[in-house]
Design a protein around this ligand. Structure first.
Ligand code: MOS
Length: 746
C-alpha cells in the first residue's frame, strides 16, 4: 500500500510476532510426515551403491519374504510412469529421467528401488536384504581433474547465454594501470533443512492426495498428474508447514512419484521420509565452482575491464543439466564498459545440482567481491570508496534506470552501525588481546522476481477476514508477513485477519523461490483485499441508511475497523454493520496478479552491504565471526521482525558458507563421506555472534502495488566475501578457496 493511503495506525513495516509461532513451538504445526492415515504403509528407498554403471541383477527374493513386506518395486517390475514434466515443460520435476525407468546408474545414492512394508522398521530391514550386482565403471567425480572436459551448457545460464561480451575487453585491459587476476573456488554444499523431504500419498480411486514437503504445491500437482495420467483436478497437494527448504524443495525430486507409485501399487496410503544421508544424494546441492575474476582499473580505481569466467559441476545428461549461474550478478553490479562473462559445465557422476539460497549470486558475488577487496588493497583505497567510484547509477547490463537503489545509503548505515571508521586498513594491524582482528565488507544484491499469483479475500459478517492463496510457509513467516497488507488495506487489526495457505484447493500460487513470495502473492493478497473493501464500500454507498451513502471512494478512509468519511469523522460505519444491514454473511473477491503489464522501463534489484568482524587465533588459525552488520534496501518491508529474521538467517548461512560448509565426495567410489549433520558442518548457536540487520527506507513505486522487493535470499549474498575480506585484513592471508578452515590459514 502506498504511503498516501496508509492510515495512522498502519501496521505494515512494524515488527510483529509470528501468527503461527505458538503452533510451532507447541508442536501443533503439522509437517508433511505428520498426517495420520488409516492403514498407512511405509516406503523405504534402495539407494545405488555405485556411482556409475548399471545394474546387472537385482535379487529381491529374501527381502520379499521378510516380515511385513507388501511390495518391492525396481526397474524390473515397477509400473512405468509417464514422463515427468520439468520446469521448461511447465512442470516441476527436478530431473529429466523418470525414476526406475531403466537399469542405468548415474550417481551414488540413485534410487534403484522402493520397499513398502507395514512398518518403517520392517521396510528398512527388507531394503537391506536386497542383493544387487552391478556393472561398475569408474565414476567422474573430481571437477578439478576434469577441467579440460568442460562443455558449453545446453541451456541458458540464468537467463543469459553462456558467453556474453560488453564493449572491448582487450582494449579495457590495455587501458588499465592495475589488475587483479585470481581464481576463487567454492565447494559442493547441501541445503540441510531440519525437516527432511517427506511425502505421504493417499489414493481414493483415481483421486490422489499428497502431503508433501514442497515449496511448489501447484508444480507438484501438475507434475504428478502428468506422471500418473490423471487430470490435475484429481490431485490435491497439501503442505501447511515446511521445516526449511532453501531451494531443495522448489522442484519435485524422484522420491515423490515413487511414494505415489508405491501407494497405488499396494492400494494403501504410503509415507516416505528421506533419511539424512539421502538428503545429500537425491535432492540437489549447490554446485562446486571454480571462477576466474579479472578486474582491471585505472589508478583512480575506475574499472576499465572485468572478466568473470569459470566452471561449475553438473550431472550426467540423462539426469539433466543445472547450471549454477555464478556470473548472474556481475553485469549489473558495477559500471564497467568492457566485460566478458563465460561459464562452462563439467558433467560428473554426482546427482543434479539445484537452486540453493541465492543460486548464482551466493557463489558468484563471493568471487567478485573478494576480487574487489584485492583491488582496493592494490590501490590503497578504502573498499567502500572503491565501490563508490564504480557505483552503477543505472543498470549497466540493461541500460535501464533502477526502480530504486539504496546501495550508498546501505554503505553509510552499515558503516556507521559497524564502526567502519575505526578500521586501520593495514593487514594484521588490529588486535584484541592475543587475537588478530579483521574487518571486511562486501556488496549484496538480488533481483526482484515476480510470478503470477492469485488470492481470494473474504470478510465475514462478524468482521473477521480470511484471505487464501495456495502458497507456502517454509519457515519464513509467510502468513505473518502477508497479514499487515490485509490489515492495512481494510483498516483492521492483525488479530482479525487469518491467512490460509498450503493447499492446491486454494487459489493458485507460484513456487516459493526466488524471494518472490511477498512480491507475487503479496500483490495478489493486496488486490483481493482492496477489492473486498471496494465491494463493501459500494454496498454502503448505494444504501441510503448508511452514513457513507453517496460518498465517493476517494473520500473514504479505513481505520479502526471502520470506514470513515475523511472530511467528517463523525460519519463512519463498521464492516459488520454494513454486512448485517444488508443480510450478507460474507463478501468476497479474488485477484489474479499477472505482472505481464509490469513496468519494463526499470531495472529492479535489492542491494545491501555486509560488514564482518573476525577474530583469528594467530597460533591456531581458528576464526570466529565476532560481529556482523548487514544493511539492505529491499523496498517496503511488511513485518520488520520476520524480515530481519530472514536477513539474520541468510547471514548465518553465509557464515556457514564462509567457514564451514563443504560436501566431500570420495573420488574412487563417488560416495559422499560426510552425509550427516555431524560431519557436514553448519553453524550452530555458538558459532554465531549478535547479528545486526537493518533496512533503509525505500519507496519504490515501480515494482508492484505493495512496493515490496522480497527478502529471502539477499541476506546470504556477499557474506562469504565480507568474511574472507575480514580474514585477509586480520591475517594478511588471502584465502580464495571456501570454506576458510584453519588449515588454510596456518
Ligand atoms: Mo530459492 S534457492 O529460490 O528456493
Amino acid at each position: 500500500m502506498n504511503q498516501a493511503n496508509r492510515s495512522i495506525n498502519a501496521v505494515t513495516g512494524k515488527p510483529m510476532d509470528r501468527v503461527d509461532g505458538r503452533q510451532k513451538v507447541t508442536g501443533m504445526a503439522q509437517y508433511s510426515a505428520e498426517y495420520p492415515q488409516q492403514n498407512l504403509a511405509y516406503a523405504v528407498l534402495i539407494d545405488s551403491k555405485i556411482a556409475r554403471g548399471s545394474i546387472k541383477t537385482i535379487d529381491t527374493s529374501a527381502a520379499e519374504k521378510a516380515p511385513g513386506v507388501l511390495a518391492i518395486l525396481t526397474h524390473a517390475n515397477a509400473p512405468k510412469l509417464k514422463a515427468l514434466p520439468t520446469f521448461t515443460a511447465g512442470g516441476s520435476a527436478a530431473e529429466n529421467r523418470t525414476p526406475l525407468s531403466d537399469n542405468n546408474i548415474y550417481h551414488a545414492g540413485q534410487y534403484i528401488g522402493v520397499v513398502v512394508a507395514d512398518t518403517f522398521e520392517r521396510a528398512t530391514h527388507a531394503a537391506e536384504l536386497v542383493r544387487v550386482e552391478y556393472a561398475q565403471q569408474p565414476p567422474l567425480i573430481e571437477m578439478e581433474r576434469l577441467r579440460n572436459q568442460a562443455v558449453i551448457p545446453k541451456g541458458k545460464v540464468g537467463q543469459k547465454p553462456a558467453d556474453t561480451l560488453r564493449g572491448n575487453l582487450e582494449q579495457g585491459l590495455a587501458q588499465a594501470q592495475v589488475r587483479v587476476d585470481e581464481t576463487y573456488t567454492t565447494p559442493t554444499e547441501h541445503h540441510n533443512p531440519m525437516e527432511p523431504h517427506a511425502t505421504t500419498a493417499v489414493w481414493e480411486g483415481d483421486r490422489l492426495t499428497v502431503y508433501d514437503a514442497t515449496q511448489n504445491n501447484f508444480g507438484t500437482r501438475k507434475t504428478l498428474a502428468a506422471a500418473f495420467g490423471i487430470p490435475e483436478a484429481n490431485v490435491r497437494v497439501i503442505c501447511k508447514f515446511i521445516g526449511g527448504a532453501f531451494g531443495c524443495k522448489g522442484t519435485m525430486w524422484s522420491h515423490v512419484p515413487l511414494a505415489v507409485l508405491a501407494a497405488r501399487y499396494v492400494r494403501r496410503p504410503v509415507k516416505l521420509v528421506l533419511t539424512r544421508p539421502e538428503m545429500f544424494t537425491g535432492t540437489g546441492y549447490r554446485a562446486q565452482t571454480e571462477q576466474q575474476v579479472i578486474l582491471a582499473a585505472a589508478l583512480d580505481g575506475k574499472l576499465t575491464a572485468l572478466a568473470h569466467t569459470g566452471i561449475s559441476d553438473t550431472c550426467e545428461e540423462a539426469i539433466g543439466e543445472f547450471v549454477e549461474p555464478f556470473t548472474r550478478a556481475t553485469p549489473m553490479m558495477y559500471a564497467c564498459p568492457n566485460m566478458r562473462l563465460s561459464q562452462r559445465v563439467v558433467r560428473l557422476n554426482k546427482g543434479q545440482p539445484t537452486f540453493m539460497r541465492a543460486p548464482g549470486e551466493a557463489s558468484g558475488v563471493y568471487a567478485l567481491e573478494s576480487a574487489f577487496d584485492e583491488l582496493a588493497y592494490q590501490l590503497k583505497l578504502d573498499p567502500i570508496e572503491l565501490r563508490l567510484r564504480n557505483h552503477a547509477d543505472t543498470d549497466p547490463d540493461t541500460n535501464l534506470p533502477w526502480s530504486s537503489k539504496s546501495l550508498k545509503e546501505c554503505y553509510q548505515l552499515g558503516a556507521e552501525k559497524f564502526g567502519w571508521s575505526r578500521r586501520n586498513p593495514e593487514p594484521r594491524s588490529m588486535r584484541d588481546g592475543r587475537y588478530l582482528v579483521g574487518m571486511g565488507m562486501a556488496n549484496a544484491t538480488y533481483p526482484v522476481i515476480h510470478f503470477p499469483a492469485s488470492a481470494v479475500a473474504k470478510i465475514m459478517q462478524d468482521g473477521r477476514v480470511v484471505v487464501q492463496s495456495g502458497t507456502h510457509e517454509m519457515g519464513t513467516g509467510t502468513a505473518t508477513a502477508l497479514a499487515p497488507i490485509i490489515a492495512d488495506a481494510l483498516g483492521i487489526t492483525i488479530g482479525r485477519v487469518r491467512f490460509e495457505l498450503g493447499d492446491t484447493e486454494l487459489p493458485r500460487a507460484p513456487v516459493s523461490g526466488g524471494s518472490a513470495t511477498i512480491s507475487s502473492v503479496g500483490t495478489a493478497v493486496a488486490g483481493a483485499t482492496q477489492a473486498i473493501r471496494a465491494k463493501v464500500l459500494e454496498i454502503a454507498r448505494q444504501d441510503s441508511r448508511s452514513p457513507l451513502y453517496n460518498i465517493p471512494d476517494t473520500e473514504v478512509v479505513a481505520e479502526n475497523g471502520q470506514l470513515f468519511v475523511k472530511s467528517d469523522r463523525a460519519k463512519s460505519e463498521t464492516y459488520e454493520s454494513i454486512l448485517k444491514r444488508n443480510n450478507l454473511k460474507v463478501v468476497e473477491a479474488s485477484f489474479d496478479a499477472k505482472f505481464d503489464s509490469k513496468d519494463k522501463k526499470h531495472s529492479m534489484h535489492s542491494f545491501g552491504a555486509h560488514f564482518a568482524q573476525v577474530l583469528v587465533d594467530p597460533d591456531l588459525g581458528q576464526i570466529r565471526v565476532s560481529r556482523f552488520v548487514g544493511a539492505f534496501g529491499a523496498g517496503q518491508i511488511m513485518n520488520l521482525k520476520t524480515a530481519r529474521s530472514q536477513m539474520i538467517g541468510g547471514i548465518t548461512m553465509g557464515i556457514g558458507m564462509a567457514l564451514m560448509e563443504e560436501t566431500i565426495t570420495d573420488s574412487r567410489s563417488g560416495h559422499i563421506v560426510n552425509p550427516n549433520l555431524g560431519e557436514y558442518h553448519v553453524p550452530v548457536n555458538a558459532d554465531i555472534p549478535a547479528i545486526e540487520a537493518y533496512f533503509v527506507e525505500e519507496n519504490d513505486p515501480y515494482i508492484n502495488s505493495i512496493g515490496a522487493k522480497g527478502v529471502g535470499e539477499i541476506g546470504i549474498v556477499g557474506v562469504a566475501a565480507a568474511i574472507a575480506n575480514a580474514v585477509y585484513h586480520a591475517t594478511g592471508k588471502r584465502i580464495r578457496d571456501l570454506p576458510i578452515t584453519l588449515d588454510k590459514l596456518i
